[in-house]
Design a protein around this ligand. Structure first.
Ligand SMILES: [Zn+2]
Length: 435
């Protein structure tokens, strides 16, 4: 319904429908279900409280593999072990991350058949397994995950580790300390993983306004029109409307499109072309914008800039009483000209406080990589990202339209409009002078 609404709005503005006569760019996605797993130590079913499966995978029925104890996965221990094609159990310090873990990567490189990661401390296991259970509801992907190698691992509690080898954890720990890891007798596991994959079709919505003498060059204005759906566990209202995230950005794109369309109608159309695009699947991993950047409707080497808007209708707690502000991210990363222009148009027309907090390269939230502009930036296209911060209703059903500050939203949208106007009408294309 949102897609149809946006497309019909673009039609009303007489924007061109650039995907074979349609405003819809189909985005084919693959939906994976949450994995259904079983695990046996030898022939004994492992209690489901003692393990979780992390990642994706699928087996044809039950698989049986010999199980090797690999201590803490040190090179010295691994040198004495034959692990290729076998299941491997090793101890992991639970204060490290499982995602992108170097020991797991090393063991996979050596061709292990399955990984059992025993977390050293029980409290770490409880915390990690809780998190994994919360987020293992399956997901959406651009690639068919069946084509990829199964990358999932079993994460087990420390008590469970000894049981796999018919011994105690103390004995395993002693073997590690005395460098006798290879003396632990081979055991065996049986397991199965079931994960179903279905195709889903979604779409980006594109509206194109052709420029005049520089129409081959394109200015892109984006926002995402998807959100996080239904919160099964919420009390009361379970619907995440996403008024700010990113209804605010979506209506800003529509309003900016309306202003440009009116200018063109009055004979003042921009020199460069403008692509207004609301993208899908942002909340599932920037999927729609990634798809566009891999299947661009207009050549990326003629794409001058992406101005991306994701949440501009609210205030965060740090700016409760501040004058009108917006977080500006990324304007100086690829083009020093863009940054200067962005500062200047703001001073001239809207005079917002530009907060560059999240633009710091070492900021832990890594916002520069977390919305759709990133898929343009990684193709070396300059971007500016506009954001109002993390507020109390972020990703909650309470992100409702009555909490939007419309004056502030309009002022921020005007700011984006003025910069788009300048970039579209200047004599020279923005330089890209940084990597
Ligand atoms: Zn968002």
């Amino acid at each position: 319904m949102a897609a149809a609404f946006i497309a019909s709005y673009f039609d009303d503005l007489n924007l061109a429908a650039p995907v074979a006569g349609s405003h819809y760019q189909p985005v084919p996605l693959f939906q994976t279900s949450a994995p259904v797993v079983s695990l046996k130590a030898g022939a004994t079913e492992v209690n489901s409280e003692s393990y979780v499966f992390y990642g994706s995978g699928h087996t044809n029925g039950e698989v049986s593999l010999p199980l090797v104890f690999a201590g803490k996965g040190s090179d010295a221990d691994l040198a004495k072990l034959d692990i290729k094609g076998k299941a491997v159990l090793f101890f992991l310090d639970g204060s490290t991350s499982i995602r992108n873990n170097p020991i797991i990567a090393k063991l996979r490189d050596k061709g292990v058949g399955q990984l059992i990661v025993a977390i050293e401390k029980n409290e770490d296991f409880t915390r990690m397994s809780g998190l994994i259970k919360r987020f293992s509801g399956g997901g959406l992907n651009l690639e068919n995950p069946q084509g990829e190698e199964a990358t999932g691992s079993f994460i087990v509690s420390p008590e469970m580790a000894g049981k796999f080898f018919n011994t105690t954890n103390e004995k395993l720990t002693k073997a590690i300390q005395s460098r006798q890891v290879s003396k632990i007798k081979l055991a065996s596991i049986q397991y199965s993983i079931k994960q179903s994959i279905t195709s889903v079709m979604s779409e980006n919505i594109l509206g194109y306004l052709e420029g005049t003498d520089k129409k081959d060059e394109v200015v892109v204005v984006t926002a995402h029109y998807d959100h996080v759906g239904i919160s099964q566990h919420a009390e009361g209202d379970k619907i995440n409307n996403g008024a700010d995230d990113d209804g605010s950005g979506t209506v800003a794109v529509l309003a900016i499109a309306k202003a440009f369309a009116q200018a063109k109608k009055e004979g003042n159309g921009p020199r460069r072309s403008i692509l207004f695009m609301t993208v899908t699947g942002e909340e599932k991993g920037l999927l729609g914008s990634e798809y566009y950047s891999e299947h661009p409707v207009y050549p990326l080497d003629k794409t001058v800039v992406d101005l991306n808007i994701d949440m501009i209708g609210r205030r965060d707690p740090q700016h409760k009483d501040s004058a009108p502000y917006v977080y500006v991210i990324g304007s100086d990363r690829l083009s020093s000209e863009l940054h200067v222009l962005s500062e200047r148009t703001n001073k001239t027309y809207t005079n917002l406080i530009f907060d560059y907090l999240y633009n710091a390269e070492d900021h832990p939230d890594k916002i520069y990589y977390r919305s759709d502009h990133w898929n343009f930036a990684k193709k070396n296209i300059p971007i500016v990202f506009y954001f109002d911060g993390i507020h109390e209703d972020y990703h909650k059903p309470s992100d409702e339209v009555d909490k939007i500050e419309f004056d502030l939203l309009a002022l921020r949208a005007k700011n984006v409009f003025h910069l788009a106007w300048e970039i579209a009408n200047r004599d020279t294309r923005l330089v890209v002078d940084k990597k």
